[in-house]
Design a binder for this molecule. Sequence first.
Ligand code: PHE
Length: 368
Amino acid sequence: MAYSVPHLKDFSPAALDRAVGELLSALDQESGQVGDAAQRKAFRDRWLARKDGILTQINELWLKAAPREAKRDVGQRVNKLKAEVEAKVEAALAAPVREAAAALDISLPGLRRSIGAEHPIVRTMNEILAVFRNLGYSVAEGPVIEADYYNFEALNFPPEHPARDTQDTLFIANQASKPPRERLLLRTHTSPVQIRTMEKMRPPLRIVIPGKVHRRDAPDASHSPMFHQVEGLAVDTNITFGDLKGTLDHAMKALFGSDVKTSFRPSFFPFTEPSAEMFVSCFICGGSGKRGADICRPCKQTGWIEILGCGIVDPNVFEFVKHNGYDPEKISGFAFGMGVDRMAMLRYGVDDLQLFFQGDVRFLEQFG
Ligand code: PHE
């Protein structure tokens, strides 16, 4: 309840003491609550306004109302009280703005906002890209939802070719009304971006292509229906398998340390000929297949870890982009595609692929 000046009936010194005490404590309390400029003006008017301010009311309700025998005493007290009220009001108005003081309490602990970090897969991907950037490669990207033509046909997987079966493709529904090459699917590798880039840029070409890919695999400790690849493509005159081996051997030493060895074993991809799988000597066990008395799990005791697929670009692939300067009689190239997720598992000693995709902060913050 806001203070209001009482009508005095009892003018004894004790009653006056009480009335004065109540008034001053109301004033003290209100002085502590003045904030912005509007509140200050209202506060000042309430106490000091000539017309109907509290001091004016005291004159009316206490001094003028006092019986003659008490007038002298009441007059003295009211004068003293007026001086006191004026001084207190002025002091409260001179105090620094309380609102600002309350908003900035420098003794409170600060608000800590945790800083995010690169996801370990993104970090691994960026490290791979950096190695190739240093060799003069540029970065290219393409869509995750891809047309059959780019994912398969222009990469020399003819319609109905059995090599398509190896790709465990996730198809987009309701595409049957489209011509087969326009039907959409989730790309199963980053290789379609080879074609997309060659359509846009004439040779010579050196590109790396990071991205997400999808295959119909049930998630477990080493499989995921979504994973990541970094693709590479170099096209020029006189590119040989020696260039491929030298480039990838350098890249693996840059990524895993200068001690690692590389090994190329024959393989098959429709878009490269010859094709190979490249292995690196296991950098966990140093190639021995053993860890102390135990077997080395990451390389399954073989001493070698499969890292990527690669090969010399099949001339049939260049036929699809011949119009843009890719004449298989004049140019040649090599290509490779590596799985980023497994490289990240090996680099960080993570034994369950799913940990990368569950978004658990307790896992992810270990990479900050
Ligand atoms: N695209 C192939 C895969 O995902 C890898 C690869 C890329 C092989 C380039 C050769 C050349 O399995």
